[in-house]
Ligand binder design. Structure first.
Ligand SMILES: N[C@@H](CCC(=O)N[C@@H](CS)C(=O)NCC(=O)O)C(=O)O
Length: 231
């Protein structure tokens, strides 16, 4: 039975959800094949009898699971070989990393590229994306929100210092081999590279070496960015 993974796609067909990408890495880590089913923002509520509002969603036989953490746990429980989390402690640390990366890094990148996300979404998804995001942005339009965004790039780069510190003494956040924290962050950078028209990293950023290693994993799974991440 092949696992089916619903993935969010842009107008150019690129998968661009950071949460879907971490699951693509998780499946590859576990050596599990999956059939991917492309969907746009406005199709998600129509999937699985309207049960879910976000992707990733997987279908495995008769089971459907939504939410990247629920999916990661389901995969480890159902397919215990090559665990994503080798201990509850490792899972807890990955969960902490997810919180930190989302709040400190992804939120800042979102602030820089929210209009780019809109512009790259499928035409039929753009009105929904604009309306839903503008209502979260305290009354600002997407255009107003990204005004002066270049001046905010140093903040994004500064926020990444803990990752640079960890990667100064190991090739991956997981140590000698990648773990779920790497997949979380790689997913975030693949999302960025799919849509963000300004490079978020400096050319001499040490994170570029880790990104290359990460994108090269599993036969170059992550070698898909449309825009350069560094300049
Ligand atoms: N906590 C969820 C978050 C997933 C999420 O936010 N997915 C976005 C795509 S990146 C989504 O499906 N958004 C639908 C929408 O905005 O309507 C997870 O980890 O899976």
């Amino acid at each position: 039975m092949t696992i089916r993974l619903y993935e969010l796609v842009a107008a150019d067909g690129r998968a661009f959800s950071p949460f879907v990408w971490r699951i693509k890495y998780a499946l590859a880590h576990k050596g599990l094949g999956a059939e991917t089913l492309p969907v746009g923002f406005t199709e998600i509520p129509k999937l699985c009898d309207g049960k879910y509002k976000t992707v990733p969603i997987i279908e495995d036989g008769g089971t459907t699971v939504c939410d990247s953490w629920a999916i990661a746990d389901y995969l480890d429980k159902t397919y215990p070989e090559k665990p994503l989390f080798t201990s509850p402690q490792e899972r807890a640390m990955a969960r902490f990393f997810d919180g930190w990366f989302g709040l400190e890094v992804m939120n800042r990148i979102f602030g820089v590229c929210v209009l780019d996300i809109h512009d790259h979404a499928r035409a039929e998804d753009q009105p929904y994306f604009r309306q839903s995001r503008e209502s979260r942005l305290g009354g600002k339009t997407l255009e107003q929100f990204v005004e002066g965004r270049d001046a905010r790039l140093p903040e994004v780069r500064h926020a990444l210092r803990p990752m640079r510190a960890a990667l100064a003494s190991a090739p991956f956040l997981g140590g000698e081999t990648p773990n779920y924290a790497d997949y979380i962050a790689l997913g975030g950078f693949i999302w960025t590279g799919a849509v963000c028209t300004v490079p978020v990293l400096a050319a001499d950023d040490k994170l570029n070496d880790w990104l290359k290693r990460g994108f090269d994993l599993f036969g170059g799974l992550g070698n898909v960015p449309r825009y350069p991440l560094a300049a």
